[in-house]
Each structure stands twice: as C-alpha cells, then as structure tokens.
Write a protein of this length. Structure first.
Length: 139
C-alpha cells in the first residue's frame, strides 16, 4: 500500500469491481452477458443490445494511447507535476476508453498509438489502474 498522491474514487455498487480488481491483478470491465459488448463506465445496461445482464469481466489490460495531455498544474498539494493523462483504447474493444495516467515512461516518449499495459497502484482498498509502455513499445 502506498500513500495517496491523487484523489481517490468513491466506491459504488457499479464501480467497486473496477477500482478493486487490481488486488487480483485484473482490470475488470463490465460486459453484457447477452451480446458480449464491453461497457465502461458501467451503466447497468448494454448500450448495444439494451440487455440488463451486465457483469465485470477481466480484460487483458493491453491497449493503446488514443489521446493524451501533459498536466503541469498542481491541482492537489501532493500530486507531482508534470504528469500524463491519457485516453487508453482497450485491445478487446477500441471504443472502450479509459482515462488514466501513463507511468514508467519519460513524458516526451508518450505518443499516439503507443502500446500500453495496465499496472495497479494500491491505496487502502482501492487499486488505481495506471498504464505503462508495453514491452514492444518501450523506449
């Protein structure tokens, strides 16, 4: 467990699996049990088939950087700047996008379409999904 350097999410019935799956090393994304469509953030229904049978399922944790920005503003007292906030397209379904920090990479090495993989940062019972360069794209 590390000391929180970032605001932590509030756990809800819909989001607990996403924020705690890292304890088992799993990125859990809701998936429709009827048609297989991934849903993030979780909504309780499938926007593809309108089914109501949705449940968290582990995904590979691999994806690519669809977009990113470098933040230089210290919004939180303990949050070190600069840092990269990226929009990650998941390998399983590119229209499932996660906003997350890119870590273990120099800021000037982050680029569009960069292959990334998930890792988790623990704070109490919350496991924050972060992304780092995948081995084939490491600088």
């Amino acid at each position: 467990m590390t000391t929180a350097k970032r605001p932590l999410p509030m756990l809800t019935t819909s989001t607990t699996a996403y924020w705690t799956g890292g304890a088992a090393g799993a990125l859990l994304i809701h998936r429709c049990q009827d048609c297989g469509y991934y849903i993030h953030p979780p909504t309780g229904f499938c926007p593809s088939c309108e089914g109501r049978s949705c449940a968290p399922q582990a995904v590979s944790g691999r994806g690519k950087v669809a977009s990113f920005t470098v933040n230089h503003q210290p919004w939180e007292a303990d949050l070190e700047v600069p840092y990269v906030m990226a929009l990650i397209e998941l390998e399983e379904q590119p229209d499932v996008r996660i906003v997350a920090n890119i870590v273990n990479c120099a800021i000037d090495q982050v680029h569009f379409d960069m292959a990334v993989q998930v890792l988790f940062e623990q704070h109490d019972d919350v496991w924050i999904p972060l992304f780092e360069p995948a081995p084939e794209d490491s600088p």
